[in-house]
Write a protein that binds this ligand. Structure first.
Ligand code: RVK
Ligand code: MG
Ligand code: MG
Length: 343
């Protein structure tokens, strides 16, 4: 692992949170579309990144609303406090419910409120007839916790699992959250000036997920997806969008969106046909959105990983100006950096 100095780390913290926010805001208008023509997205990004013009900001969705709750809790408590996070989820949802939340997760917020937070982990266990949610809602909000635990891998795994289980008790739901956090963790520890070894990045993810998944009943789903990802990465230009969609997936299921987001980050290190930009951060989210489906969330997760790798300086100022709450997310990143520096 590279030695990352404090200035670069601060930039990576900002890059991670702002990167995720931009993926959410810019991906949200396309959520649910089958696949978005590359030409349409090229124009969309060129316009937003070009000379600044006044227009209503692109609003963030539940992904960033819940990320905000975790960031604010960690900043206020200076530690992981599951009850405090649960309370913030509920307050945030009832104060601003129209952010496109998952259909079922809101049941948890209602139950938590009625039960006065007696057991913050209880209602999640009852979802889907006791099976728990396998969707990507745990992963989409995990970035601040990955930043908070950047110097302690074992703490990261432990706390991330707990954070997921407030809403996602299905193995694929919480292991997907862990995988997203590990991808951010790995990105934070790499020097962006050195060429990224994408096969090594994915091999390390597979190795770490084998330790996580060996304790589970169904021990292979993420390792299997990541192995498929490696084969696609090797194919580069030869892997067309249809194949990527079919193999990696683009749905709300964590298994078919978290590895997809990681794939987008790794694929976008190199040029991609029909995506005209020299900027690898922009290429990452533009590519993630082009794959369609759960665009806000896949671009959010890919943006957080890419931002944690490249740092804040790579993110276009004009793109930021067109997105809601950018300043607020910069502030969260700076405060989290300060807290972790003094830990
Ligand atoms: C709308 C059957 C299951 C399941 C299970 C399906 C926002 C359901 C964000 C459910 C993200 C959906 C996304 C969402 C995040 C999950 N059996 N179906 N065991 N587990 N599902 O409600 O926060 O966009 O169809 O837990 O994880 O932008 O409605 O929410 O894209 O996944 O939602 O799962 O969703 P939830 P979430
Ligand atoms: Mg959303
Ligand atoms: Mg989504």
């Amino acid at each position: 692992m590279a030695l990352i100095d404090s200035i670069l780390l601060a930039s990576k913290f900002r890059g991670c949170l702002v990167g995720g926010l931009l993926g959410d805001c810019l991906g949200a208008p396309y959520e649910g579309d089958y696949r978005i023509p590359k030409t349409v997205l090229q124009k969309y990004f060129d316009t937003l990144e070009g000379p600044y013009f006044k227009s209503p900001v692109k609003q963030y969705t539940d992904d960033s609303a819940m990320t905000k709750c975790i960031a604010e809790s960690l900043i206020a408590q200076e530690r992981f406090d599951s009850l405090d996070i649960a309370k913030r989820f509920v307050k945030e949802y009832f104060g601003d419910p129209r952010r496109g939340y998952g259909e079922q997760v809101v049941e948890i917020f209602h139950k938590l409120r009625v039960q006065k937070f007696g057991d913050p982990f209880g209602p999640a266990k009852e979802q889907f007839g006791g099976a728990g949610s396998y969707a990507n809602g745990g992963a989409m909000r995990v970035a601040p916790l990955a930043l908070f635990c950047h110097s302690d891998y074992n703490e990261l795994i432990n706390l991330v699992e707990q954070s997921a289980k407030l809403t996602h008790t299905h193995q694929e739901g919480y292991d997907g959250t862990i995988l997203q956090a590990i991808a951010v963790y790995q990105s934070l520890h790499l020097d962006p000036k050195e060429k990224l070894d994408t096969q090594n990045f994915s091999s390390q993810l597979i190795e770490k997920m084998s330790e996580i998944e060996e304790e589970d009943d169904n021990p292979y789903p993420y390792q299997t997806q990541l192995e498929k990802m490696q084969i696609l990465l090797d194919k580069k230009e030869d892997a067309d969008d249809e194949e990527v969609q079919r193999i990696m997936g683009n749905t709300v299921a964590a298994l078919y969106s978290v590895p997809t987001a990681i794939f987008c980050f790794l694929r976008a290190c190199a040029p991609i046909p029909e995506i005209e930009t020299e900027n690898p951060f922009r290429r990452t989210i533009q590519y993630a959105i082009s794959l369609g489906g759960d665009t806000d969330t896949i671009a959010n997760m890919a943006g957080a990983i890419a931002g944690a790798y490249y740092g804040y300086s790579v993110i276009s100022e004009n793109l930021q100006k067109h997105c809601e709450a950018t300043e607020q997310f910069i502030e969260y990143a700076d405060k989290l950096h300060k807290i972790t520096a003094s830990k």
